[in-house]
Ligand binder design. Structure first.
Ligand code: CP
Length: 308
């Protein structure tokens, strides 16, 4: 659905099934944008953000990246769209912006099938980019995290040991990161969290080792990817103090890890829940580097999908 018959990316819905060579091509393009390329391949084109859930990083990065590539950008959100009150469907919203001449949309939506529905409704000239849907997929976050790791280790992730810590059950970032880590060659991937947020069944569902003891899981890893505890998706929120005591990444725990361990978190971060201030703001933290890299990745994706 997202690839053309000759293997080019037409939409970006999931990283699942994409090739390593395609990801590396996107990273090479991102390198060019990160170096300050000022060309404007989206000049006089219209790009639309359609966000049915809140976002700071993803929506802003798509808007800023598209504008820096020369596009006009319009932001639709749930509070101002006709959808909710006037009952317009997602498909009709996509048809409407396609009729205005948009060349691409970034869509964030709570439903599992929403990106596929948007692709089915999209006109031939419009690319759909999944800005995060349900607990399924957040492909540009996965690419951003891969690009951040690649800055340190290059294109071969095969020797890396990676822990994904926290609310794996509800995390689209965890799923996109699992896809990207496997595509890039990582095999030692550990999912870590309390059983209610990281149940043993994920070992079968996601094909990675599941741990409930944080210190056992992370003591020898190269990368720790922390996940936000998603209060809005939890029926019963764990006590934050209990969560921090058992799963929070503190300076004391960081001191037990490899000296050059990379700490990633997609944001927004819950300080004092998943991570202490000193670790979030310390030298191992890649959190703001991920945000910076997210701009180059969005430019690479937008220029690839929306410039022709
Ligand atoms: N990482 C991420 O998706 O953040 P936002 O919700 O702010 O877009």
């Amino acid at each position: 659905m997202q690839l053309t018959s000759d293997g080019r990316l037409r939409h970006l819905i999931t990283l699942d099934g994409l090739s390593k060579s395609l990801l590396c091509d996107i990273f090479s393009d991102a390198d060019i944008w990160a170096r300050g390329n000022s060309s404007r391949p989206l000049a006089e084109k219209l790009f639309i953000n359609i966000f049915f859930e809140t976002s700071t990083r993803t929506r802003t990065a798509f808007e800023a990246a598209a504008k820096q590539l020369g596009a006009d950008v319009v932001n639709l959100n749930q509070a101002t769209m006709a959808g909710d009150i006037k009952q317009e469907s997602l498909e009709d919203t996509v048809r409407t912006v396609a009729a205005m001449g948009a060349v691409g949309i970034a869509l964030r939506h709570p439903d599992a099938g929403a990106p596929q529905a948007a692709v089915a409704a999209a006109a031939p000239g419009i690319a759909v980019i999944n800005g995060g849907n349900n607990c399924e997929s957040h492909p540009t976050q996965g690419l951003t995290d891969a690009y951040t790791i690649r800055e340190r280790v290059g294109d071969d992730f095969s020797g890396l040991s990676v822990a994904i810590v926290g609310d794996v059950l509800h995390s689209r970032v965890a799923r996109s990161n699992l896809h990207m880590l496997r595509i890039m060659g990582a095999t030692d991937i550990r999912l870590v969290g309390p059983p209610e947020l990281c149940p043993q069944i994920l070992q079968n569902d996601l094909g990675a080792s599941v741990f409930s003891d944080l210190e056992e899981a992370i003591n020898s890893v190269d990368i720790v990817i922390l996940l936000r505890v998603q209060r809005e998706r939890l029926r019963a929120m764990p006590q934050e103090s209990d969560y921090f005591r058992n799963y929070g990444l503190t300076a004391a725990r960081l001191a037990m890890l490899k000296k050059d361990v990379m700490i990633l978190h997609p944001g927004p971060i819950n300080r004092g829940v998943e991570i202490s201030d000193s670790v979030a703001d310390g030298p191992q933290s890649m959190i703001l580097r991920q945000v910076t890299n997210g701009m180059a990745i969005r430019k690479a994706v937008l220029s690839r999908l929306c410039s022709t």
